[in-house]
Design a protein around this ligand. Sequence first.
Ligand SMILES: *Cc1c(COP(=O)(O)O)cnc(C)c1O
Length: 485
Amino acid sequence: MDEAAGSGGDDMILAHLDRLRAADLPVHGGRTMAYVYDAGLAGLDELAARAHAAFAGVNGLDMTAFPSVVALENDIVGQAARLLGGGPGTAGTFTSGGTESCLLAVLTARGHAARTRGVDAPEIVLAQTAHPAFHKAAALFGLTPVTVPVDPATFRPDPADVAAAIGPRTALVVGSAPSYAHGVIDPVEQIAAAAAERGVLCHVDACIGGWYLGHRRLADGISAPPPFDLAVPGVTSLSVDLHKYGYTPKGASVLLFRDAELRRHGWFAHRSWPGYPVVNATLQGTKSAGPLAAAWAVLQKVGTAGYVELARRVHEATGALVEGIGRIDGLRVLGRPDASLVAVAADGEGLDPFVVADEMRLRGWYLQPQPAYGPSPANLHLTVTAAVADPARIAELLTELAAAVARARTLGPATPDPAIAQAAATLDPATLTPEEVAFALEVAGVAADGVLPLRMAPVLAVLQALPAPLTERLLPEVISRLYAL
Ligand SMILES: *Cc1c(COP(=O)(O)O)cnc(C)c1O
C-alpha cells in the first residue's frame, strides 16, 4: 500500500493491517491447534496490550538505565523458580522465547565445559525427539549433536542409551518435559542422574509443558506427572515458555539455572570499544520491554489459582480428546501423552493423516502435520489450550474429525510418484544447481512464487519421500521465493 504511505489516515492504515490478517489462521477460538495459545479469558488480551504499549519503547539493553526491567524480570523469574523446583540459589533470565532459552542453555553449557573441564570440541546428547532449537544451537555454536533413538511405542529414550552417549566431550545432556511431537516426558530423573555421575550439565526443555504441568500438579485429584524440574538431582537448567501455557503475548520465556555461577557462562560483556560498556544476558541487544511487561501483567491477572484452573480444564479436555480419538475407526494416538499435546496417526492402511488435515482445514480447524521420522509415522499434532477445553468444543472437534476421516478414506492417500523418490536419490543436496532446485520444487507442486496449494497432502507426501538433507536444502528455497520482492 505504498501509494497510501504518508497520506493514509489511521483508519486506512489499520484497515490494511486487518485485511492482511484475514488470510492468517485465527489466533483465538481454539480451532488453531498449533502455534497459538488462547486462555479464553475475557479482557486478558486487552490488559496485555496496554501493558505492552506502556513498555514498548523501554530498552532492556541497559537495565541500569531502565530499572523497571530488572524489577519485572526478577518477579517473573522468581515465580517460575517457585513453580518449577527452584531453591534459594536459583538464578534465571527472561528471554524472547523457547528458542532463545534453549540457545542460551547450550551456549552456557559450552562455556562451562570449556572453562571448567577444558572441553574444546563439545558435544550435546539429546533424544531424536528433542526440539530443533538444540540442533540450531549446535549449528550456531559449534557443538556436535549425539542423537539417541526413542522407543517406537513410548517415544522416550532409554536412559541407558543416554548414559552410553555421554562422553568426555559432552557439554550438555537434554531431556524434554514434554517433547513437542508426542507430548511425552522423558525419564528426567535417570537422564539427570547419568549426567551428574559424569559431572555433566543437564537441561530440561519444559518450554511447552512447564507452566502447564507445574500448575496441573497443584490441582487436587489429578495424578502428578513424573518429576521433571529443577528439584530433580542433576538438573542444572530448565526452560519454560510463558508465551505458550502462560498465555502471554509472544516474546516471553524463562531460562532457569541451578545458580548464578552457572548462568554467568552464557553472558557476554564487552568494553573494548569506544562506546557504552555492554553486558548482555541474552542473544539480543536492543530489546523492547513490551513482551516483558505484558507477560508480567498476564501472570498477575491470571494468578496461581487461575492457572491451576486453566490446567485442570486442559487436562480434562485432553483426556476426553484422547478417548474420543480412540473411538474413531482408523485413528490412533501415538504414545501416551503426559501433557496437553496429542499426536494422531492412521491406524491401518488407506487413510492419509495429511488428507485428514486438509479436510479439517476446509472445516475451519488447523491440525499440524508431522511427517514420518524415525519410529514416528506421519501424524497430526494437536495442542490443547484452554480455549478448546470446553466439553462442547471437544465434542464438535471429534465430530468434525470423524467426518474428515470418512471423507479422507473416500479420497484415498496422497501418494507421490515413485519416480520422484528415485530421481531424488540421484540428487546431492550439497551440489544442487538452481535449475535442479526449480525442477524439484515444480515436481513437488510448489509454485514459482512460493505460494503453497490449499491441499497440502500431495506436497507433504513428496516431502516425506525425500531424504531429510534434501528437504533441508529445498524448504529454504520455498521460503526464499515467498520473501522475493
Ligand atoms: C516451542 C518449543 C520450543 C521453542 O520455543 P519457541 O518459543 O517456538 O522458540 C522448544 N522446545 C519445545 C519442547 C517447544 O515446544
